[in-house]
Ligand binder design. Structure first.
Ligand code: FES
Length: 234
């Protein structure tokens, strides 16, 4: 079946005054994904089309984009399941477009870096490893599965209105370490989160959970984090 892909195009290096949509026809087959269609366009119709992709397995998070109005992973989104003859593809909202479907990621990773996304524990490590039992791992099982695809932060209205807002992905990563029984960096992370561009900018809108391709309970984690900060600091 032939499907029309209306794809957002913008190349500031070639003096594009403003973004526009370009339409491409692709002959699709059952099981074909949006990423397969983009590859088909790039390899056989228009080599200038630019987008990120790597693993093709829903693991690296690099192919996140807005597909027919919803942030999704292109490599996990099957064309036939969208049930459309025309599919609109945009870059992730809220981030500066570098070219076509590629957005700048620096600000996202700067926010992430602020919450120190690594284990903090100055005690000498045991001979083999820092043990964690299954019931201790359970509370952080969900955030550990985050692939940092940026879909949640990009779908958050609080982030659209405040680019300094640390965003749901970084908050959920903070939750992952603060609730890790082996970590001792909670107090320093809470200092980073407890301000108007941090935890309290989240208004529990749930867009982040709707957008997450891994169905992670991001908003619930952020709410739990709020309760912890209130209990420990106020
Ligand atoms: S290409 Fe890695 S998640 Fe899609």
């Amino acid at each position: 079946m032939n499907i029309t892909f209306k794809i957002f195009r913008f190349n500031p290096d070639e003096n594009d005054k403003k973004p526009h949509y370009h339409s491409y026809e692709v002959k699709t087959s059952p099981g074909m994904t949006i990423l397969d269609a983009l590859n088909e366009i790039k390899w056989h119709q228009d080599g200038t089309l630019t987008y990120r992709r790597s693993c093709r397995s829903g693991i690296c998070g690099s192919c996140a984009m807005k597909i027919h109005g919803i942030n999704r992973l292109a490599c996990e989104t099957q064309i036939e399941k969208l049930k459309r003859k025309t599919i609109v593809v945009d870059p992730l909202p809220g981030f500066k477009v570098i070219k076509d479907l590629t957005v700048e990621m620096d600000s996202f990773f700067e926010h992430l870096e602020r919450i120190k996304p690594y284990l903090i524990n100055d005690n000498p490590p045991p001979a083999r490893e820092r043990i964690q039992f299954p019931d201790q791992f359970k509370p952080i099982e969900d955030p550990v599965a985050c692939i940092l695809c940026m879909s949640c932060t990009s779908s958050c209205p609080s982030f659209w209105t405040d680019p300094d807002y640390i965003g749901p992905a970084a908050l959920y990563k903070a939750y992952r370490y603060i609730f890790d029984t082996r970590d001792e960096g909670a107090a320093e992370r809470i200092e980073v989160l407890d301000n108007r561009h941090g935890l309290w900018r989240c208004h529990t809108i749930f867009n982040c959970m709707d957008a997450c391709p891994k169905n992670l309970k991001i908003t619930h984690g952020i709410s739990k984090l709020k309760r912890k900060v209130l209990a420990e600091k106020y």
